[in-house]
Ligand binder design. Structure first.
Ligand SMILES: Cc1cc2nc3c(=O)[nH]c(=O)nc-3n(C[C@H](O)[C@H](O)[C@H](O)COP(=O)(O)O)c2cc1C
Length: 220
């Protein structure tokens, strides 16, 4: 491999004057993110959402297969259909499918089968992951599709938060109804449904806490 032919030089990674301050500022920005379940119907500029998706598409990923697909759904009619189908599976989930343990774990979040936000929020971003061997010309065989798509969703949520948009990572199970509604074949595996828009005010969220650093990190 001749690095002069296959590699390019980039100019990135400037040395910061005060990296600690910058890291604190970024941490504080990210700490202020919460999953929001009540949205304002106020529309959001499409370009802002597309740029957030562009940012998600910069994620590191297995063998650069970029095994993700983002369906940006603004149509009220489609959001209504998604709400209807999500409420159907979630009603079954809360009534029959969820274990006692799971219901107990969800209790502090106050979630239930009512998914009004799916039709109230101005945009849904249905994220799909592409699994498998030689799926299509663009994607080919994928490597670590779940890990890669998870990182991309992290960037997506970060990008939305950075521009002041609230989000909710929603995972109605099973999510195959998204393939039918969006006319995507089964090689597109629903990963998460990101609900986004401005939060309804007042912004009320469950009173839950985050683990301190010493519970999530050990320095060796
Ligand atoms: C993969 C994933 C799936 C989730 N699924 C749901 C969901 O189906 N419904 C919901 O209300 N919240 C869902 N959440 C949101 C979590 O409940 C929330 O992130 C968690 O309670 C922490 O709260 P925070 O996001 O406000 O920090 C999900 C989050 C993740 C990352």
């Amino acid at each position: 491999l001749d690095y002069r032919e296959n590699f390019i030089e980039i100019s990135a990674y400037p040395r910061l004057e005060n990296p600690v301050q910058k890291s604190v500022e970024f941490f504080e920005l990210m700490s202020s993110r919460r999953s929001v379940r009540r949205f304002s119907p106020e529309p959001v500029e499409r370009e802002v959402l597309l740029n957030a998706i562009r940012a998600a598409g910069t994620a590191p990923n297995g063998a650069n297969r970029q095994p993700w697909f983002f369906a940006l759904i603004e149509s009220f009619e489609i959001r209504e259909r998604i709400r209807r189908d999500a409420e159907k599976v979630e009603t079954l989930f809360y009534a029959e499918r969820a274990s006692k343990q799971c219901l107990a774990d969800l209790k502090p979040l106050g979630t239930g089968p009512d998914k009004h936000y799916l039709s109230v929020a101005p945009a849904l971003i249905a994220v799909f992951t592409r699994h498998g061997q030689g799926i299509d010309v663009d994607t080919g065989k994928t490597y670590y599709p779940l890990e890669s798509t998870g990182i991309a969703v992290g960037l997506l949520i970060t990008a939305l938060h950075t521009v002041g948009l609230a989000s909710l990572t929603h995972t109605p199970r099973p999510m195959n109804f998204l393939n039918d509604i969006l006319n995507l074949d089964r090689s597109y595996r629903p990963f998460v449904l990101v609900v986004t828009g401005f939060p309804a005010s007042p912004i009320v969220v469950p009173d839950i806490s985050r683990k301190p650093l010493n519970k999530i990190c050990r320095v060796y």
